[in-house]
Design a protein around this ligand. Sequence first.
Ligand code: SIN
Length: 507
Amino acid sequence: MSSQISLAKNSKVVSTDELSKLKDSSLFRTEAFVDGKWVKAASGKTFDVKDPGTREKIGSVTDMDASDVRKAIDAGNTAFESWKKTTAKQRAALLRKWYDLIIENKDDLARILTLEGGKPLIEATGEVLYGASFIEWFGEEAKRVYGDVVPSPVANSRMVVMKQPVGVAGVITPYNFPNAMITRKVGAALAAGCTVVVRPAHETPYSALALCELAQRAGIPPGVINVVTCSGENTPEVGRELTTNPAIRKVSFTGSTPVGKMLMEQASSTMKKVSFELGGNAPFIVFDDADLQIAAENLLACKFRNSGQTCVCANRVYVHEAVYDEFVDKFVSLVKQKLKVGHGLDEGTTFGPIITERGLAKVEDQLKRAVNSGAQVIFGGKRPSLNVSGQFFEPTVLVNVSDDVPMSCEETFGPLCPIYKFQSEEEVLRRANNVPVGLAGYFFSRDIGRIFRVAEALQVGMVGVNVGNVSSEVSPFGGIKESGVGREGSRYGIEEYLNIKLLNIAF
Ligand code: SIN
């Protein structure tokens, strides 16, 4: 087992000291945001939030239960009555102000995000900008929600299709993108004229609360955005309330496939509109005609973004046998050169910790099972030794991994990169599609015929061709198969928050 990883300039970060470096400390909130007010749970209970880079407590946040959530839903429902009547132009102006404030405060938002979510500060800043782009985009899209005039089959009637906001949306977001997964959903909801009750992940509530503070400063009216924070213990009951309360008309969730299935079942009790962005297991295919340097650079970013904790991260890398050795050498030397493991706030860090203990345990378990079945670790492979005692795992590259170990069949959500050899297009497509999920897939080739054949044959919702990225505010983000339903971002994303109404007008 090899261990040549680079470490960032390895100071001893003290998480709470880092909070004092915020330019605007009022962005760090510890209470929930309901009906335009900062409120505590009726029980008075709180839960602790830790920095995954040090395992130190950053602070405590109010721990809401179902009864608190009902009050937030009521607030959202009352606010909906007036918010739905605002013009698209008014909503667009408020979203633009919110966007401007996010940009003005991006450094603080990024610091908060790194402290709770672990990602390197430079990557956290990237997420804040990515998150802001959804607010800007959906503010603009608000003005482009058009209806239709349908040719009627009856002479003396006219048919008009109008679009109306669905109502209060329940929004449940994950820990890996504490900022952007909120803005991608809330931006679309507000632009459509819906109000929201957001439950951020208990590991990363602070980014959500900071966004609320800025939304309030932007003038978004009370009750339009509500954020209910809760501990892991209260998460099931809060989730159940958001998916079963009759006043909630839409549920949007990003997270794992098993939890998505459960929430979808719960939401079916009142037939809510749903969009679910669930787990992936992205194939990343390098054909023998690919530009290997470009493919290797893209794999580095695609696989190790957020230390592998992204649902569109490459999970299985297939390389044609004719270029396999050359590609693996190029890739490993990039990993060695570019990835510096450390606390996200340490200078030079490009690779941070695993956000949860259970995530780290899963990485170790998948690695052990692959190695026990004959896989070879050619880079990384263990917890690094650092000055901070966070949940770190080295970026790890493996070869000779069999197709039937968990690493090959399930999403890793961590920094393991198995590289498999293949011989033909038909074979690699069969292996790439041989999973129950289908979120993103990537391939590298310069043959135009193959580009269309493979792009059409990959069973995924998003394909990167000669690029390891599919995400942006204009991209319809979402999957097929067990990766979920619905699309976020793009002009399609706003449709998820709208009902279609037909007017059949006889005269
Ligand atoms: C995710 O991992 O859930 C989202 C990733 C992205 O938006 O690129």
